[in-house]
Ligand binder design. Structure first.
Ligand SMILES: Nc1ncnc2c1ncn2[C@@H]1O[C@H](COP(=O)(O)OP(=O)(O)OP(=O)(O)O)[C@@H](O)[C@H]1O
Length: 372
């Protein structure tokens, strides 16, 4: 059975138009006019059990709306949707016991009571037997180092501490699917890394399926075997991040700083036979080799290092994922190649040598099933 099965899923919102001025306001009172906004526009994707999938897109692309439909908070306008075999908005009671949700910008914990009391309340909501709850809680508390925090009220926790508690809250009932909507937003790199490692382990050990929305592409690089990219409510890419990068990047640059500069002709001779490689002289001591992706960096590098040229420093300029993704967002399509964007990473010469609660929290968003 698929963890998530989405076909031609659409969500439209009706937004009231506000006419200008007092006259407009009076007209609005008697005759309201609406605009239709298509937040999710006939998307189709399937996620098998145990996969970690990144769901990315610019602000307003439709990510949260999709997650809200997948978790049963919003009712789709049209299309087919099944999560763990359930239609989320129809079979909420049973369904929510199998999913965990973290909305990075919204808490599912009770603000004024101790963390452990929130967990106990969730245990009752999810109907987890006490003994099972204890075992699971102990494991999660140890992994996320929450021991000292359990008796503190949530409002007294830092963002990083609260986010670790949110993760525990979403996993207390051992859900088979977890939806994470920007779980690392605003966190420092230490907490981000800790959360990424934790999610990897949970996925590996329990086979938990994870759908993750984030603006931090390092979350995607660290965790996701697959990425779905959304633009204006439509899927513009569905595949691996590696494939996306290799499809969009064109080449790399190796910048050499020499103690004594070889001539342009000597440099050209060094890389003779490596197709597509060419040199530019940057200044009296620096030259840059450009090489297409088909050429192996170590082959090209070995030619120069092996020449006994007096190399003082080397910089490898790699295609940067953020640049690639930004460019795709700007063009609105992942199917055409972009102009190569590069950002620099420096390498020294030496180195070269070497929830049920969620619907409660989001009650204001929840929709009623449409009446037929
Ligand atoms: N309840 C709503 N009523 C009307 N329009 C909405 C509603 N919720 C979302 N939208 C609109 O739907 C579109 C998609 O919004 P959504 O929140 O899903 O985007 P997102 O990709 O999650 O963005 P972000 O990265 O900023 O969180 C936006 O144009 C937004 O204004």
């Amino acid at each position: 059975m698929l963890a998530i099965d989405v076909r031609d899923l659409r969500k439209q919102f009706q937004v009231q138009k506000n006419r200008e001025g007092l006259g407009g306001a009076l007209k609005d009172l008697f005759k309201r006019e609406y605009n239709d906004i298509t937040a999710v526009n006939d998307i189709t994707f399937q996620i098998p059990q145990g996969e970690i999938c990144g769901y990315i897109g610019e602000n307003g692309a439709g990510k949260s709306t999709t997650i809200k439909m997948l978790t049963g908070i919003l009712v789709p306008t049209s299309g087919h949707l099944q999560v763990n075999g359930y239609v989320p908005y129809k079979e909420r009671e049973k369904f929510v016991r199998e999913i965990g949700v973290v909305f990075g910008q919204r808490s599912q914990l009770w603000w004024d009571i101790g963390v452990i009391e929130s967990f106990q309340l969730l245990r009752k909501v999810y109907r987890v037997p006490e003994a099972e709850f204890r075992v699971r809680l102990d494991e999660l508390v140890e992994r996320l180092h929450l021991g000292d925090l359990l008796n503190r009220p949530v409002r007294k926790l830092s963002l990083g501490q609260r986010m670790r508690c949110e993760l525990v809250a979403s996993l207390l009932h051992n859900p088979s699917i977890v939806f994470l909507d920007e779980p690392t937003i605003g966190l420092d790199i230490v907490v981000k890394t800790e959360i990424r490692e934790f999610l990897k382990k949970i996925n590996r050990e329990h086979g938990t399926t994870i759908l993750l929305t984030t603006h931090d592409l390092q979350d995607i690089e660290a965790l996701c075997s697959r990425v779905i990219m959304l633009d204006d409510g439509r899927i513009i890419y569905d595949g691996s991040l590696e494939e996306l990068k290799s499809r969009w990047r064109k080449g790399r640059e190796l910048q050499f700083q020499f103690g004594e500069m070889p001539s342009h002709d000597v440099l050209k001779q060094l890389t003779e036979g490596l197709e597509g490689v060419h040199w530019t002289i940057d200044n009296e001591l620096t030259a840059t080799m450009w090489l297409p992706h088909e050429v192996n960096v170590s082959d090209a590098l070995a030619r120069v290092v092996g020449s006994r040229a007096d190399i003082r420093d080397i910089k490898i300029t790699e295609t940067n994922t953020d640049d690639i993704v930004r460019e795709i967002y700007q063009s609105g399509s992942a199917s055409t190649e972009a102009t190569e964007k590069l950002s620099q990473s420096s390498v020294t010469a030496e180195a070269v040598n070497e929830a049920v609660k969620v619907p409660v929290a989001a009650a204001s968003d929840r929709e009623k099933e449409p009446q037929s």
